[in-house]
Each structure stands twice: as C-alpha cells, then as structure tokens.
Design a binder for this molecule. Structure first.
Ligand code: IPE
Ligand code: IPE
Ligand code: MG
Length: 252
C-alpha cells in the first residue's frame, strides 16, 4: 500500500496504544497464546522505532492491565518472564534510539525481578531525550484515579489545598501521567471497540482509532496508516467547524 507522506505539522505528540489480539492471532495459527505474545514483541519493536523516526514525542503502550492478573497463572508468569527478557534485550537498542523509558501502573504489584529490571532500564535510559516510551504495566485508569482522589483528599485534610481549588490541572498533577501531555490519538488493535480501563481521564478528547488487525500484525504500515487517518480528522473541542477552519467557510 502506498502511503501519503505524513504532514509533520499535524503529527500527534502523544499516541497511546491498546495492544490487543495476541492470543487470537496465535490461536488462528494453531499455536499457544504465549506464542502470540512473543510475536507481539516484534510489533512493539517496530512501532517504537517508527515512532522515534517520525518524531512522535510520547508513545504509551498498554502492556498489562490490573484485570490481566486474573488470567491463568501460566499466562501471567509467561508474560512477566517475557517482559523481563524483552527489557534486558532491548535496553541497548533503546539507548541507541535515544528512547527514554517510563512505567505507569501499580509498580509494587509486579514480581520483584520484573521491578528490578524495569527500574534498571528506566535509570539506564533517563538521559535520553528522544521518544518517551511509557509502558502501562499493572495499570488501570480506575486504580490511577482512585489514588489521585485519595492523595488530593489527604492534601485537603492536611490543609494544603482548599477543595474549591481542585481543577482539571490539579487532578492531572496527581495522575501517573502528570509529566506527559494527553494523547491526541488512541489506537486499539484486534477489533474490540472498548477502552478496557485505559487512561480514562486522559482520553477525554483523544481521537480513537480501532482496527481489526491483531497486534502481532500491526507493523510500520498499519501504524503510519492510523496516523494518516488521524490527520484527516477535524478536532473541534466543542466548537463549530466554521470556528476551526474560518477561511474555508467564509463567504466568497
Ligand atoms: C493483548 O493480547 C496482550 C495482553 C493483554 C497482555 P491478548 O492476550 O488480550 O489477546 P486476545 O485479546 O485474547 O486475543
Ligand atoms: C486490554 O486488553 C489490556 C491490554 C492490552 C494490556 P484485554 O484483552 O485485557 O482487554 P479486554 O478484557 O478484552 O477488554
Ligand atoms: Mg485481549
């Protein structure tokens, strides 16, 4: 497929992806679900490299949700092992590509070894100033928002803030994503059209892109296609089209 060149001026700064469909992709091939997760890592590598190349500043990948702890133990264990092995293997490549790694989610819930490896990779890449790669691990938006509410309530109790001062900005400062802008584009693979507890607050005005392609088949071309699709949309933020594009609608 021939892709139109992307317009650099309207590239999203932040893209968030729900990487879904590894299990079904593997089953369709008569393989174990874990095989799908392994193949999914190749898509992660490719999407990270393309994002860096074209100048995306933030890429958030939903890798493991709070709810995913309820999967069969063998699958959870395999996913945690894969995470450790992948991060060990990829950290040099991340540095070569000037990628800075971040993790959002309930870090303490991850197995000890996983925490150590992730922390090491975060530290080893923290001088990089290219793409910010944000892995959502043991993450759920409800968990994140409840924590934010608890910490704001505590500050109010301690007399540090007045409840009347609670604003969008203040709430944002208490989310795991406080250092990052909200995603302009959220992509979900595998045909499911739901948010599955991902960035509920931050996605309030994101453009949503759903594709039937399973994650292991989501590569460079599909990623660029999603961005090109985003670039054709008009983001109105409650205004009218005429306010957004005044010249187009002006009387001749
Ligand atoms: C996404 O693929 C990866 C994780 C949630 C860890 P799935 O494992 O959800 O694959 P499907 O949706 O069952 O096909
Ligand atoms: C969402 O995928 C979580 C991740 C991609 C990590 P799931 O496969 O867990 O989502 P549901 O349960 O089908 O909505
Ligand atoms: Mg799934």
């Amino acid at each position: 497929m021939q892709l139109e060149p992307l317009d650099k001026a309207t590239l999203p700064k932040h893209i968030a992806i729900i990487m879904d469909g590894n299990g079904r992709w593997a089953k369709e091939r008569g393989q174990d679900r874990i095989y799908g997760h392994h193949e999914g890592v190749l898509s992660v590598r490719e999407v990270v490299s393309v994002a860096g190349e074209i100048g995306i500043e933030y890429l958030t990948l939903y890798a493991f949700s709070t709810e995913n702890w309820n999967r069969p133990k063998a699958e959870v264990d395999a996913l945690m092992e894969l995470l450790v092995a992948t991060i060990r293997q990829e950290v040099d490549e991340l540095n070569r590509r000037n990628v800075r790694l971040h993790v959002i989610g309930d870090f303490a819930a991850l197995p000890q070894l996983c925490q150590q490896e992730m922390q090491e990779a975060i530290d080893l890449t923290n001088k990089n100033n290219g793409l910010n790669l944000i892995l959502a691990l043991s993450y759920s938006a409800k968990w994140e928002m409840i924590n934010a509410i608890k910490s704001i309530a505590q500050q109010a109790l301690d007399g540090k803030i007045n409840p009347n001062e609670i604003s969008d900005e203040l709430f944002h400062q208490h989310l795991c994503t406080h250092q990052f802008p909200d995603p302009e584009l959220m992509i979900r693979t595998s045909g499911e059209c739901r948010i599955s507890n991902f960035l509920l607050y931050q996605l309030a005005y994101s453009e949503l892109y759903f594709t039937p392609i399973h994650w292991p088949d989501f590569r460079r071309e599909q990623f660029l296609h999603a961005i090109a699709n985003y670039q054709q949309r008009e983001r109105r933020f409650g205004k009218t089209s005429e306010q957004i594009q005044p010249s187009e609608h002006a009387p001749k």
